[in-house]
Design a protein around this ligand. Sequence first.
Ligand code: ADP
Length: 407
Amino acid sequence: GLPRDLIFITDPANRPVYISRAASELDPSALQQVLRTLQRSPLVTRGALALEGSGGPHRYAIDTLGGDVQGQIRAVMVAARLEGPLRGPTQLLLSMLIVSPVIILASAIMGYWLAGRVLRPLDVMVGEVEAIQDGRSLHRRLAVPPGDDELSRLGANLNAMLSRVERSFVALRRFTADASHELKTPLMVLRAGVERSLTHPEAPEEIVDALDGTLRQINEMTEMVTNLLTLARADEGRASLVLATGDLVPLVAEAGETAEILGESQGVTVLLELPERPVMAAIEAGRIRQLLLNLVTNAVKYTPAGGTVEITLAADAEHATVVVRDSGIGIAPGDVPHVFERFWRADPSRSRSGDRPGTGLGLAICQWVTEAHGGTIGLQSRPGRGSTFTVSLPLPGGEPAGASHAG
Ligand code: ADP
């Protein structure tokens, strides 16, 4: 408990007239010590006493009393035990325990704030770099902070690098567009020539066979050149769509019929599921036709005999969804992110003219067409089990037409 005060009051003859309870419990020798101190000391004083056997060192104060009691009382002494040297460190420890978390918290907040302030320009720069994602945003430059610190030098260097990248990118794009454009005419002439020779009444069988093969190659090359031109123009932002409101149902039906014909020759069953009502969307029909054709020919092409291809069209208030699901060879998980890349093919050893000819441009076109319509294209696949391509296109009814009347 609390240390109890020792109180002594003496009369002018230096005899104790009052001793507090705590004081009366002192050792006799300690009491003697106190009384000796009282008698010896000047009338106003402070000091320390050892008080052996009574709880160690005490601190005391002696004072006289003035006024009425003078003559009856000489002095009053109050003494109290010192808590010992332990109190200091304990209190220090206690205050440290309370104060240091506060200091740590305060400095953490301060540090966070400071780091945030220092890193904010860097953060802004990272955001700007992130925004430069493809060829179309390569013309953008970073806002370089003024001054000559690391950050502005980094910004300036990145900008210089962007300029170089943009120049080579533009050159590459121009070349692709020019080359594919220039190739179109000779290919057309070539095809016309081969077709004319094919229909020549006196052409021997083996020549016809050879010309047939040549024609197939020319057609494939024409398709590739056309696709390249489309993608190059899309990169340049020159391949804008001409949208018109059209029904998706006949387009999907048409793709389904093509798939059936292709499937028949390969032993692949094609199932088609269409909604009963028209699905009107803002589309460029030719591009959507190309998109659907690419997906269904792939589905049949990569499905071995005995498999199935399911083509479905469904619509809700906001989206039309075309799903092309096959039970074919599938795509390895590691390859899935790459299928929409240009010229990417799952097995590069497969020759272009082998059992599954192709250029690796089809899905890149599909992605461009979908995105140019404001839609999304996705792929789920398991090797050996099949692949599912899902195209989602926004419908103009997305924002309910009657909303303005209601409000
Ligand atoms: P292409 O079919 O001309 O090679 P695509 O861009 O259409 O080019 O497809 C790229 C690659 O993606 C194909 O080479 C093939 O490996 C893979 N792929 C596409 N569709 C399917 C599918 N339905 N099933 C399995 N693999 C597919």
